[in-house]
Structure formats: C-alpha cells, structure tokens
Design a protein around this ligand. Structure first.
Ligand code: SF4
Length: 396
C-alpha cells in the first residue's frame, strides 16, 4: 500500500499457518487480535464482547479457558461469532483437548508446560484432528526455571531459547502449524527477543508488549515496541495489551498498521493540533467525525486542518479535506483540489456526507474493476478453449 520508496517496509518472510479461515504469516495481511476479559463460562457476555471487537475490525479473538465450564461454553461462542477463536490454555492439557473439540481455531499453549510426553502427544493429536493451529506464547514473567538459572534473569536470549525449546517439541511431533510470541513488559527486552527470534526461525510471529499498561501509557509503549518491529518487517499478527476494553486494543492495533501503511481500514484522519489560528474548533470536530465515521471499513483519508497554514498541503494528499477559513467559511477539498466552501454550522454533517460519497465511489470503482477482471478472465478462457479446439481439429 506504500506509494513512495521511503515508505516501503520489507516484511520478513515467514511460513504461513491457518487460524481457522484467517491466514497468518507468509503474504497474508498482518492481522489484529484481542482477548476477551469476561468469564468465558458466561457465553452471552463473551459473545457480546467479541461482537464489539468485530465491529472495531478484529481478525482473531482469544479467550481464556481456565476451567471445564469455559471449554463447555466455547462451542456456543465459536458458533455465534464470525472470527476464529484462540483458546488460551496454561497447563491443563485436558482443557486444550476440550477446546479443540469445541471448535477453537488455535490453542495458545506451551508444549513444554503440558507435562508428560503422552499428554503432549494427546494435545497435538487433538489439534491435528480438529484443524487447530497452536501459539507458543513465551512470557518474561513465566520463564522456565532452568532458563532463569542459566541466564540469571529474564532476558531476550532466555525468551528465544524457551520459544525454540517449545517449538522443537511440536516439530518432533511433525506438527508445524504454529506461531510464536516472546513477550515482555520491558519494551527493550521484547523487541530484542523478537529480533533474535525472527533471525533464527521462519515461524509466523505474534507480536505484543505484554502488560503494557492503561489506555494512554500502554498505547504509547506498544506503539514504540510494536512500531519498531513492524517497521523492521517483523510481525504477522498483532495484539496490543491494554488495561482497557478489547475494542480499544483493536482500534490501537489498527492505528499502528494504518500509520505504517502495512494495512488499511476505515477512515484515516489527518488533523492538526489546533491553535489560535484555527477557523473552527478542530478538537471537537475531529472527535465528532471519529465517532460518526467509525463504522466505515473502506480505506479513505480525510484531513481536518484548522487554517490555511497547513490545510491546502495536507488536502493534497487526502481523499477529502477541510481547511478552516475566516468568517466561519471553510474550504472543502476533493481528491486534493479545492471544491467548495461550507459554513461552520453544518460542517460536520457535510463532511460525513462527503466521506460517505467518496466511499461509495471507491466501492463502485472496485466493483467495476472486479467485474472487468472477471470478464477478461472468462474471455481469456474462451479464447484458450477455442485455440485448443482448433489445434486439436488441425491435428486430426
Ligand atoms: S494548521 Fe493552522 S490552526 Fe492548525 S495548528 Fe497549524 S497554524 Fe494552528
């Protein structure tokens, strides 16, 4: 999606796995994940929360399965939502088997923590039989004792070694449908661990900064750590961990991907911080537009700039633009060009309508392109069939 050389990100090559119908790794788009915080045994509350995350654009949702009541609720949850579900299991291998049977698309479990070789074999067999992938999830807060003794403290090398030990167990069972995470709440440690792991294997990577904090500080911390990795082409699926509602994690994840141009969805608003020169209240306008345009999924860009200092320049690079002018009259831009003026009173309604019209035009263009491509494909097929028939007739 990048359109300038300095905006190109070269993505690390990884193998591809399936999490239900969603592909992770390889050339698949980088996906956004979140995790529910309801009791999984409360299926109705969990389904409602997953649906809110779906509206925000989530691709994959993880639910904890700490007890048999949770895995019992899983079948209903899987049936009622549209995104694949990852069952988060810690030690209980039976919960993993139950989750696989209940329709989980992926199990988050570390094979080294399951216990005996027989239990590992049972879990891998269940995953294979039910088409589940696995996420190995190493966390600096729960590293194995032998690695803590070897390294003295959690560090990137210990995280990577732990991940590769778990991976070897799955590989020894000829199971390769897995992705790996090596999370730490320390942003330096997490980034270094992912960088090292990316060098040492080709498995898809689930990236995240664990226990990042509340909405504001956690967003900043995640953006620094995950932004660094994504910019370097590392990461196939992203979870932003915030002490906030799951849909908030999804919004932040999307904003990271949109900022780096690695995946786009919905309205990307470019707005100025505002100052004494603003021709209208930029902050209130942007807040209203964010809310009213949140439902749009088609990628479209919108600039909301308080005055002519930066407004025309930003409008050049966006699909729809608004620049504050004097006397409560403001300039509206379309595809970078001055189009018409609008007064402050009806401005928000007007910009919403402009963006909706732009989205409709983009969708119509995409439909036309698709129809043309399909038409060309069927013409090419007809030509090939005719040429083959003529060739066969000539050969006879
Ligand atoms: S674009 Fe204009 S209103 Fe916005 S911050 Fe800059 S000078 Fe101020």
């Amino acid at each position: 999606m990048s359109y300038r050389p300095y905006q190109q990100i070269e993505r690390r090559r990884s193998r591809q796995i399936s999490v239900g119908r969603v592909k992770v790794g390889g050339d698949a788009p980088i996906t956004i994940q979140t995790m529910t915080n309801t009791l999984t045994s409360d299926a109705a509350a969990t389904i409602a929360q997953i649906r809110r995350a779906e509206l925000a654009g989530v691709d994959i949702v993880r639910v904890s399965c700490p007890d048999v009541e949770s895995t019992a609720a899983l079948a209903e949850i899987v049936r009622e939502v549209n995104v694949p579900i990852v069952a988060d299991i810690h030690f209980h291998y039976k919960r993993a088997i139950e989750a696989a049977q209940a329709g989980a698309a992926c199990l988050r479990i570390n094979p080294g923590n399951i216990g005996s070789a027989e239990r590992v074999r049972e879990v891998v067999t269940a995953a294979r039989e039910h088409g589940c992938s696995i996420r190995i999830g190493v966390n600096a807060g729960s590293l194995e004792r032998h690695l803590l003794e070897k390294y003295g403290e959690p560090n990137p090398e210990a995280l990577v070694e732990s991940a590769l030990e778990h991976a070897k167990i799955l590989q020894d069972h000829d199971f390769h449908e897995f992705k790996i995470s090596v999370k730490a709440s320390d942003v330096f440690m997490a980034v270094a661990a992912y960088q090292q792991l990316a060098e040492q294997c080709d498995h898809p990577l689930h990236i995240g900064i664990t226990e990042a904090g509340g909405r504001r500080a956690g967003t900043v911390k995640s953006a620094i750590g995950l932004g660094n990795l994504l910019w370097a082409g590392i990461g196939d699926t992203v979870r932003v961990s915030l002490s906030a509602e799951p849909e908030e994690e999804v919004h932040v994840g999307w904003d990271m991907l949109k900022t780096l141009g690695v995946r786009n969805r919905g309205v990307k608003i470019i707005s100025c911080p505002s100052c004494a020169r603003q021709g209208f209240n930029v902050i209130a306008t942007v807040q209203q537009l964010e809310e009213r345009l949140a439902y749009i999924e088609t990628p479209v860009t919108l600039s909301i700039i308080g005055c002519v200092v930066n407004g025309p320049g930003e409008a050049l690079m966006t699909d729809v633009g608004l620049t504050g002018g004097g006397n409560n009259r403001h300039m509206v831009y379309s595809a970078g060009r001055q189009d018409h003026t609008i007064d402050g009173g009806s401005m928000v309604d007007h910009i919403v309508a402009q963006v909706e019209a732009k989205v409709a035009a983009i969708q119509a263009e995409e439909t036309a392109k698709k129809a043309l491509a399909e038409g060309m494909a069927s013409v090419t097929e007809d030509v090939a069939k005719r040429a083959m028939a003529e060739g066969m007739a000539a050969a006879e």
